[in-house]
Design a protein around this ligand. Sequence first.
Ligand SMILES: [Ca+2]
Length: 416
Amino acid sequence: MPEAAVVASGELFQIQPTTTQPLMRLLRTAALALSTAGILAAADTHKLVRVYEKIPTERPVAVVIPEDGTQRQFLALQRGKIFILPADPNAAEAKTFLDLSPRGMEAKDGLFEEGLNGLAFHPKFKDNGLFYLCYTMQKPKRILISEMKANGDTADEKTERVILEIPMINWNHHGGNILFGPDGYLYMGMGDNSKRNGELKMSQLNAVLYGKIIRIDVNSREYANAYGIPADNPFASGVNALPQIYATGIRNPWGMSFDAKGRLWCADVGQDLWEEINWITNGGNYGWQYREGPGPFTLCTDTPPADAKFIEPVHAYNHGEGLSITGGYVYTGNALPELAGAYIYGDFVLGKVWALKTDDSGKVLSNELLFTSPQTPASDPKKKPTVLIKPTAFCPAANGDILVLDWNGGIYKLAK
Ligand SMILES: [Ca+2]
C-alpha cells in the first residue's frame, strides 16, 4: 500500500471553515451530492462518478478481470473479502467469491498496509480455475503468495497451496501487488521491509527478496519450492543472489501493470522528496536506497559500488505535488479518447489523478492533472489534509471504464 496518515472515516465530511467561500460551497456540494453526481473541482478536466455505491466496499485494493471470457470483475478488499461485482453499477448485491477476513491478517498495529493486497488469475484460469493471493499473516508476521482454486463463482479455500512466504518485521513497505506477465510468469512487487530511510539496506542486497520485483513460475516446481524459476531470471542459478529476483533497488512498489507492448509499469512510493514511475526490465536496478526519484537519496551515507548502474524513473513528481504514488495502467478504451494511450495514475495522500503520455523510448510527452480530490486543509502545517478520495488502485472495468478505488471505501469511474 501507499503510505500516509490514516484518516478515520468519520472525519471525511468535516469540512473546516475557510475563507475561500466558493471552494467551501463546492466541497459541501461534493460531499453531500456524492451519490448522484460526479465530483469535480474548478481546475479539474475530469470528474469522478461514484459507482457500486450500494455494495460494501471498505478498503478496496484491486479489481481484476480474469481472461476467461466471462467479463467477471473480482473486487479485492484489503480486509480479506473478494466480491464479484455485477455488470450493473447500481446493483445492490455482489456475490461473495472468498472471505478470508476471519484469518486475522492484520496485526492490531497493522495500520493500513496489512491484509489482502494482491489478486491475480492464472492465464489459463478458464481451464484450471487457479488464482493467486498476496496477503499478510501474523505471529510470525509474514507475507504469503498462495494459490487457490475456484469452483464457479466461489473459491474453494481448502485448495489453498502456499507458494511463497516472506517474513516481515514491520507493518509498512509490504508492496503486495501480484500479476501475470505476457510470459506467463507471476510477478510480485515486494517492499523493502524497512520502516524509514531504507535502514535495513535490503533493496540492494540480493540475498533477500525485500525491495525487489520477484518473478516465479507457478506451473513448475524446482528444488524444494512450490514453484519454478524462469530460466532467464537475472540470478536464475541462485549463486550469490536469490533466483526469484527479477529487478532490484525498489522501495515500496504500489501499482503494477503490463501495457499492450509488454512493458511492466511500476510505481515506487518515495520517502521525503520524490514519487516515481518505472519501467521494470529484467535485471534492472532502480536505485533505492542510494537514489530517490531522479536524485540521490540524501540520507543515505553509503557510496554505491563503482560498477552500479541505476535505471532512472520514466517520471517522478516531487512532494510539492503529491506525497505517495498509486500506480495505474495504460488506458486503451474509447470512451475518453483524450486519454488513449495515457498511463493513468494518482496520489494517495493528496487525492490526485494524472494522465502521463510517453513515447516508446520513455520520454515524457505530457503529464496532465485530471482531478484533485476535495480536501480539508490540515489544521497544523506538519499534518496532512483530510482528503475525500484516496486512490488505492486504477483498474479497467469490464466495460472499459477507468475505475478509481478509494481507500475511504468508494469506487468511482473517471469521466469527462
Ligand atoms: Ca528509483
